[in-house]
Design a protein around this ligand. Structure first.
Ligand code: FEO
Length: 403
């Protein structure tokens, strides 16, 4: 049975959700599932905006058939060629052999890479700012390279002021029948997953996101239709502001995220003692993660969120404890910057982790490190409490300077 919702008088959501997939991109845990959005415009010409992941292909094809209600499909706009959105292109061509594919110069070579299709006479190549009429609606194409792949573009419907934003403004999480942001409590139920999605998938490309936000600011946008998660039809300023913070690597929350690795509980104890000192000093918003119990995508999400970080890990094979090393490599790969960090190491005979973690932070941009090779020997002793209090004092002073 088809399962669609009306977005405007002549625009339909024809996507679906997957609650079975364990790992998005075979990396990221998605306990709340994910939606793959696709939209069908029923103008004088019929226009489909992107397809979906193969996992929900049957539902998607049923949805299109129902909305078309006997009409043919005239155009497929391909805003993004990642397989979670393009997997059904071949099926669309088989069902609607007269369909024309609309993409940009980088779209069609990618189709050739993923598929074996003869597209001669079936493609329309568009450029930045070009427009296309499909009847009463005029579509306006906005290139969005690296948000999230080089071929990514957005399509703006000038008539209804709808922006089809590709991955941008998307989020992890299946849709529960409700598809609009004003039908859900986004702030409490969705924001954490939206942040985790943005920071891990697009986080590296802050400059490119800023470029697109500047272009978007010149458009009169009434609605944002992303490829994942809810459609934004009110309070657009909320999500635009979050994107502005995330893409400029500006903290959202004045607070401290403590990420620790601990083999036998001693580095955990060090982290706990510091956390209690910070709380005693009145520091708000302290969040602790045992990195052996927290997926790295959660760590990255909170790294983007908090103004201050404390990283604590033992020495392992003469280097940084592997899970901490992996997390820090991810920080670097995702361009994490503009954070204030305290580092705490541990070593029973040759403590190396603090020094090496500080060296790794030095490879990132604009990271202020408050410590210098502070390490405990196996466990925290009375003799190092003053040093720890001094670290706490530096964090508090740095946080006060934010206010
Ligand atoms: Fe949802 Fe970049 O694909």
């Amino acid at each position: 049975m088809h399962c669609v919702r009306k977005v405007t008088d002549d625009l339909y959501w024809v996507g679906g959700s997957d609650r079975r997939l364990e790992l998005f991109e075979n990396i990221f845990p998605i306990p709340k599932g994910v939606s793959y959005n696709s939209y069908l415009l029923m103008d004088e010409k019929t226009v489909l905006f992107d397809t979906v992941d193969a996992a929900i292909g049957k539902q998607f094809l049923e949805n299109i058939t129902a909305v078309l209600n006997g009409r043919s499909l005239d155009y497929l706009v391909i805003n993004h060629m990642e397989p979670d959105h393009c997997s059904l292109i071949e099926d669309i061509l088989l069902r609607y052999p007269d369909v024309q594919l609309i993409g940009n110069a980088k779209t069609f070579p990618m189709i050739g890479q993923f598929f074996n299709l003869n597209l001669e006479g079936k493609t329309i190549t568009v450029k930045e700012g070009e427009t296309f009429s499909c009847g009463t609606h005029t579509l306006h194409f906005v290139m969005a390279p690296m948000v999230h792949w080089p071929e990514t573009m957005m399509t703006y419907d000038e008539t209804d002021k709808v922006l089809f934003s590709a991955d941008a403004f998307g989020t992890f999480g299946a849709l529960d029948g409700t598809i609009f942001n004003d039908e859900i409590d986004f702030d409490s139920e969705w924001l954490n997953e939206a942040r985790r999605y943005y920071t891990n998938i697009v986080g590296k490309y802050g400059v490119q996101v800023q470029n697109v936000l500047k272009k978007a600011s010149s458009l009169d946008i009434a609605m944002i239709c992303p490829l994942h998660g809810p459609i934004w039809r009110d309070n657009l300023a909320f999500i635009l502001e979050k994107y502005n913070l995330w893409s400029t690597y500006t903290p959202e929350t004045n607070g401290v995220m403590i990420a620790y690795a601990s083999m036998y509980g001693n580095t955990q104890n060090l982290a706990n003692v510091l956390a209690a000192m910070l709380a005693d000093a009145g520091v708000p918003n302290i969040k602790m993660h045992d990195i052996s119990r927290t997926d790295v995508s959660e760590l990255i999400s909170d790294t983007f969120r908090y103004s201050h970080l404390v990283l604590a890990a033992p020495t392992y094979n003469g280097g940084i404890y592997p899970l901490m090393a992996n997390y820090m490599e991810d920080m670097k790969a995702l361009n994490v910057q503009n954070r204030t960090v305290a580092v705490m190491g541990n070593g029973t005979w040759a403590a190396q982790s603090a020094k090496q973690m500080e060296a790794k932070l030095a490879e990132m941009k604009n990271m202020t490190v408050l410590t210098e090779n502070f390490a405990i020997k196996s466990s925290l002793k009375e003799s190092q409490l003053e040093e720890l209090k001094a670290i706490c004092g530096k964090i508090v002073e740095s946080m006060n300077n934010l206010n």
